[in-house]
Design a protein around this ligand. Sequence first.
Ligand code: NAD
Length: 448
Amino acid sequence: MNIGILGAGYVGLTTGICLATLKHKIIIYDKDLKKIAKIKNKNMPFYEQGLQNLLEETISNGCLRVTENINELVKNTDGCFICVGTPTNENNSIDLTQVMDATYSLAQSIENNKKSNYVIILRSTVIPTTTTQKILPYLREKLSRPFGLCVVPEFLREGQALEDFMSPDKIVIGSIDEKSKLFVEKIFEYFNNATLFLTNPETAELIKYTNNSFFSMLISFSNEIANIAETISGVDPFNVLKALISDKRITTNFNGTKIVPSLETYLIPGCGFGGSCFPKDVKAILNYAASKKIKTPILNAVIEINDERPQKIVSLAESILGSLQDKQISILGLTFKPNTDDMRSSPALEAIKLFQAKRAKIFAYDPMIRNDFVSDNKFLNFNLCKSIEECLTHSELAIIFTKWQEFKSIDSNLLKTHMKNPVLIDGRGFLDESKFEKNRYYKIGYVE
Ligand code: NAD
């Protein structure tokens, strides 16, 4: 099938590359022409495991190409995914500027090309009713020929995007018309193991927010349990939650084999969730609920608990070091999770701001962040190191923010060799405590 994609970000480019590997003919347009040039040269504009090779392969075999001209994209395709960003405004409402701009350009190109029955597939995460109340009326006004419109939310996780895209557990199609539903069903026919939800646009939109709200809630629940545990000497919240996970209503027993659900990775205390989805999506749905005067105590608490996590780390640092002024602190991990280079709403960056307000000196290391000029055109205003060792040198406190596998090598000897004061806060609680001396290793939520 001939399919267009608007937006070559984490979702758009992943979608394009993956569909091209299924031998669809894909054309991608992004208004960021530097990104387009990079992709044209077969270079990924961001890191996602497995995608660089597939990008090279699909461009070389002609299944994937990029264009600087949206008219050309529409001319050569029968439908197009809109995969542009949906950030939040200052007041936490959803910012639909990119979605409306993309819809506007697409509508113009459909008209210019006199295309009939062109299918527009909204892949970006949008608040319920956006499609029927904002996009549909706009398209009806601008398009003189019949068209298709549907919402097909994306559920991939950064760091596992390829696997998530190629083995989806569900495909949700919220369509307004039969032709868009059939078009999308055909695109995804390869994924016959996925549960198919054929529904209306509003339901599809709410399914996406329900997903992200639920997993954010599990993380904040775990952090609330950690907040309680840390008031009771000797109670390790990590063990408390492991016991919860072993409950047979969560870990099922299939013919004598225990099946631990992957949601266990959300039932772990830590320095909080970040990234480009959970924080912004929970805030956007809260803002929508408030506009409808709906009470949302659970989701309010999810954000409130999460917003406190970076401060928790700073308070723990103060309880160890006293005043933080002029103290050298090593930040290990800047991305919001491992196996990505995405630092959007990263807890580490939030904590760094708080440390800097206390005049601490920040040295940071992340295996994926190699340059102090990062992709969203921001300079990092702290010392970026090239190795764990460089980051630890002369430091008085090291803090792990991201569960990078590389940090598993950290032990007491490494800290003693490089640091002025060899103390570590394990903000993700994932190192082996037995590798550290007493009073040198702190795990969030646990007090001996
Ligand atoms: P992103 O910021 O990485 O990419 C968006 C891209 O759209 C950018 O390259 C930008 O230049 C481009 N763009 C903006 N306006 C454009 C226009 N008018 N025409 C063409 N291109 C335009 O965003 P993302 O992380 O890929 O997220 C995209 C959407 O998918 C969001 O709604 C997000 O909530 C949702 N989503 C993201 C993830 C994720 O893990 N990142 C997962 C599921 C859903």
